[in-house]
Design a protein around this ligand. Sequence first.
Ligand code: SAM
Ligand code: SF4
Length: 401
Amino acid sequence: MNTNLLLSPPLSLYIHIPWCVEKCPYCDFNSHALKSKIPELDYVQALIADLDADIARFDLKNRVLHSIFIGGGTPSLFSAKAIESLLNQVLHRFKYELDIEITLEANPGTVEADKFIGFAKAGVTRLSIGVQSFESEKLLKLGRIHNVNQAKQAAQLAKECGVNSFNLDLMHGLPNQTLDNALDDLRTAINLKPDHLSWYQLTIEPNTAFHSKPPKLPQDEVLWDIQDQGFKLLSDAGYQQYEISAFSLVKSDLTDDKKCQHNLNYWRFGDYLGIGCGAHGKITNQITGLIQRTVKVKHPKGYLDKNREPLNKLTTITPDELPFEYMMNQLRLFSSFTLAHYQQRTGLAASSVLPTLLQAQAKKMMINTQGSSAEKFSIESKWQVTPLGHRYLNDLLELFL
Ligand SMILES: C[S@@+](CC[C@H](N)C(=O)[O-])C[C@H]1O[C@@H](n2cnc3c(N)ncnc32)[C@H](O)[C@@H]1O
Ligand code: SF4
């Protein structure tokens, strides 16, 4: 690894809130059904102690904060007052741009107008609402705590509460879902005019209730039609796909970018701190050139224990792991990247990945979008995944292992 090649990547902050009203049967996120009142004050205190330890560990006092994402679990279970206290304390510790993106995830069953207005006043600029489906039968099957009307109301409140933008999370490939069901869900979402849509295909994860008792999922041909026609519907409605599951509304004047800046930083192999139960982080040390990962204590009880260090694991990504780690993120995106960017983010020479890129190009999974063959090997030449590469992304990624 050559530290001269490394440039300081943007720094984001992920904050994990590990509680939900109930555990959904498909969800493998670190979330726990709430049994009593949330220890809000203690948790905010623990988060700030966790953050201070990371700042000291990685000497981050002079880094500019690029974005914040409060995810879960269900962060909207927290009071606006607790979120305000948390954000004030976080922002006090960093330099940051005035238009910094601060996202908070909300579950429609846990919000009302005053709460959204309170979040906006606390500094939240973007709400991400977990709708999943607009069909009552599907919501029941997914174990959601809200109904269709509450989901629609949450979107309306998000529009009026004072945040800059809002996202809706929808899933497809749901139990017994037909092509028409899935397209109807998308049409309803589009009619609510979110600035951003995350459209995930339901996956059955180990250690979930759906894994122990699998529901009947649509056949592969139906799944394929849902994707194919869903992408077209979104595109016709002005939503640009910029990542496998992420779509942003393109305004006609093109001035206002609605892509999620926080997630973009992950996908571009930027740096991020992860604080809260089980949160993951990735930080580049500018002096040693080491790129390190952190994992925090997973269970709320252990995390809230003042006698315990919040850090559970600290590992270094080795140079031979870096090409895959970079590509695993970057290749999810529909935009191109340069070898110069690869060098800056990994500290590795372009030669560590160029033969594999050429191999992927020969398989028609990647294209080099720039100029003549002489320019092909310039570090400024641009590389992009083809539709074939995105369709068989796992096969493409295996080339980088
Ligand atoms: C961490 S969850 C948080 C959102 C919030 N707790 C809620 O459910 O309303 C983020 C999103 O991941 C998606 N998700 C969770 N489990 C999934 C699975 N097994 N397959 C596909 N998407 C999933 C859902 O769309 C969910 O809204
Ligand atoms: S509410 Fe969200 S985080 Fe909580 S269990 Fe359901 S999907 Fe997972």
